[in-house]
Design a binder for this molecule. Structure first.
Ligand SMILES: [Zn+2]
Length: 226
């Protein structure tokens, strides 16, 4: 009995200590994967899912903005040339490799602030009505462009349909640089968006490879990890 009186409290103390350590120790995360936004109120990862069901708040901005050293179309604004730094560096690598293989891309639009998206959406509602606006323009907060992790690209002909050599190259190679084709053909019911061969999203190389190999989407990837 005396032994019990000593052993039981020790077991309780050890158990409580283990539980506390587990609660108080942050999970193992690489700095690359976890990005804090400027207000430090929102921790995101490269796999941040943004769509109609998962909106960003109006204060969300890329943690560290950078303008990639790539050619842009002439009328790209300074805002839309910005990207989250990790994605910016990756897109530079992608453009460089493509060029070596005779494929020339131009950036059209990367980061778009909540205010800009709100402006685009409001103008569309005024000009074309609510139904058309909802069909063609993302509601403020639901555009992935607000993350700074994606970019729309085009080719020298400014004609970026899925059958062009540039679109084919992008679909086959983007994952090698950590990007996925965010709105693939045949996945419209899952992404909630029409096929966009020009819109690539940075998720990091490992996730991009997994999504590419499974012919999957960020929605499906996220659901499989939850
Ligand atoms: Zn886009």
């Amino acid at each position: 009995m005396k032994k019990f009186r000593v052993i039981v409290p020790i077991i309780i103390i050890v158990a409580v200590t283990i539980i506390l350590v587990k609660i108080l120790t942050p999970g193992k995360t690489s700095i690359q994967e976890k990005i804090l936004n400027k207000s430090n109120s929102n921790i995101i990862t490269n796999t941040l899912l943004v769509n109609n069901d998962n909106k960003l708040d109006e204060n969300y901005k890329p943690y560290k903005s950078d303008v990639p050293n790539i050619p842009f179309i002439d009328n790209a604004t300074n805002e839309e040339k910005q990207m989250e730094e990790v994605a910016s560096k990756a897109v530079e690598e992608l453009f460089k490799q493509a060029k070596e293989e005779g494929i020339n891309f131009l950036g059209t639009s990367a980061y778009r602030s909540y205010a800009t998206q709100k402006d685009i959406y409001t103008k569309k509602v005024i000009s074309d009505g609510l139904t058309k606006a909802n069909e063609y323009v993302a509601k403020p907060g639901s555009s992935e462009h607000q993350t700074g992790l994606c970019i729309d690209v085009t080719n020298e002909d400014r004609w970026f349909v899925g059958s062009t050599k540039e679109a084919i190259w992008l679909a086959e190679n983007a994952h090698k640089f950590g990007f996925i084709l965010r709105y693939p053909l045949g996945k419209e019911d899952i992404t909630g968006k029409s096929y966009e061969p020009w819109h690539i999203r940075y998720v990091g190389k490992d996730v991009a490879k997994e999504i590419y190999e499974n012919n999957s989407t960020l929605e499906e990837y996220t659901a499989s990890k939850n």
